[in-house]
Ligand binder design. Structure first.
Ligand code: ATP
Ligand code: AH0
Length: 361
């Protein structure tokens, strides 16, 4: 795989939990991690978050969300600009955009984000629409962070699993050989638990797992939640944020529901192990879910090997997915593959991303 000249890339990732945007800077030659730069997280303003939440489930893609797409782009451009002021110029920006609906089975996935507007605001080439080419080629379009996980894990013992617990959960399995890369969405991450807590309390999440730790897992409800055809399906596979329903929890106490949902996320991960060629020797957990001790305890109880936040190997779990889209932007600029047969099910390693260049002058 020919590396590209070393360059400095900025990634913007706004995940399915709709909490805001993460921005991070990476230096790479398209293959290796040359340096990690600063990162920051900026919560969405409440009106933007509300409008994005209302947009969930929209599609297929059309012009109906042009106004919220423009506001999202301007907000994220301002965040990128702030980071560039702090860290110096970058050569490319990876702008993931906000997923409002993910339907690879119907041939589309929709990330809001106007790459051309972002490029004009920043004066830098912008890569967006990272998932479209993959879905058009019959792939799942997700997850895409695995190439980055593998680059970061170059010197770690294998097989290794990296688990991202954002709104949805996704695992990257890195096996002994260089091409041993498998990835798929495991099931819910935090989004169901967030929705359960928000509906009852108005709070955005079960902070520090306080509710889940006070509650009791309801085995029958957990069984009903796990009784979903997704879990037995072989990879490749990916999920929309709203793929699972809270209906089986009807009538439950708030804390018991939170405990059961934390167990559901963990049980889905344990189920995913059965789909892997070899059980991982360790699990490194990234994304917001690693801040929830109830979730971490449920995972540790089910996976017979160490389960630790990615910080134990020196990575930054709050910046990792934004770094991934910086790395992928550098790869897209060089025409390198973003997705692989083991990660999204494409027939062969596939480049992707739409490149928008700033207008001249
Ligand atoms: N202290 C905490 N206690 C409990 N949960 C937390 C805490 N901090 C973060 N979280 C959870 O993490 C979630 C945010 O995770 P993250 O930022 O990884 O999501 P995301 O960027 O939307 O992810 P993705 O794109 O991977 O879906 C919050 O919605 C919340 O549920
Ligand atoms: C369609 C979409 O936006 N998927 C996200 C989501 O959030 C987590 C999981 O579902 C993963 O599949 C993906 O994001 C990560 C960052 C990825 O592509 O690797």
């Amino acid at each position: 795989m020919p590396p590209c000249p070393p360059l400095k890339a900025l990634g913007l990732m706004s995940g399915t939990s709709l909490d805001g945007v993460d921005a991070a800077i990476v230096e790479t030659d398209g293959t290796r991690v040359l340096a990690l730069g600063p990162s920051l997280t900026q919560p969405y303003p409440a009106d933007l978050a509300d409008d994005l939440r209302a947009a969930l489930g929209s599609g297929p893609p059309d012009d109906s969300l042009a106004d919220v797409e423009r506001r999202l782009t301007l907000f994220q451009a301002a965040v990128a600009s702030g980071l560039i002021d702090q860290a110096g110029p970058v050569e490319v920006v990876g702008f993931h955009g906000q997923t409002v609906n993910h339907r690879p089975q119907d041939g589309w996935t929709w990330q809001l984000g106007d790459g051309a507007l972002m490029a004009a605001r920043l004066g830098v080439p912008v890569v967006s629409r990272f998932r479209d080419a993959d879905v058009a080629a019959g792939g799942e379009g997700a997850p895409l962070a695995p190439a980055w996980h593998r680059a970061l894990a170059a010197d770690l013992e294998r097989p290794l699993a990296v688990l991202n617990l954002g709104g949805v959960g996704n695992v990257t399995w890195i096996g002994p050989g260089d091409d041993d890369l498998i990835a798929f969405d495991t099931g819910p991450g935090n989004a169901l638990l967030d929705d359960w807590v928000r509906a009852a309390t108005g709070q955005p999440c079960d902070r520090d797992g306080a509710l889940a730790r006070a509650g009791r897992v309801e085995g029958a409800v957990l069984g009903a939640l796990m009784d979903h055809p997704y879990f037995a399906r072989p990879w490749p596979k990916s999920l929309d944020r709203n793929a699972f329903s809270l209906a089986p929890l009807a009538g439950m106490e708030l804390a018991d529901g939170a405990a059961t949902l934390a167990a559901f996320t963990a049980q889905a991960v344990a189920r995913a192990v059965l789909l892997l060629p070899q059980a991982p020797r360790r699990w490194l957990i990234t994304g917001g879910g690693r801040h929830n001790p109830a979730l971490m305890a449920e995972l540790a109880a089910r996976l017979a090997v160490p389960v630790e936040p990615v910080e134990v190997v020196g990575w930054d779990g709050d910046a990792l997915e934004a770094q991934a889209f910086a790395y992928l932007a550098a790869r897209a600029l060089a025409g390198l593959a973003l997705s692989f047969p083991g990660t999204t099910g494409v027939a062969r390693p596939l480049p992707g991303g739409r490149i928008s260049r700033p207008p001249p002058g």
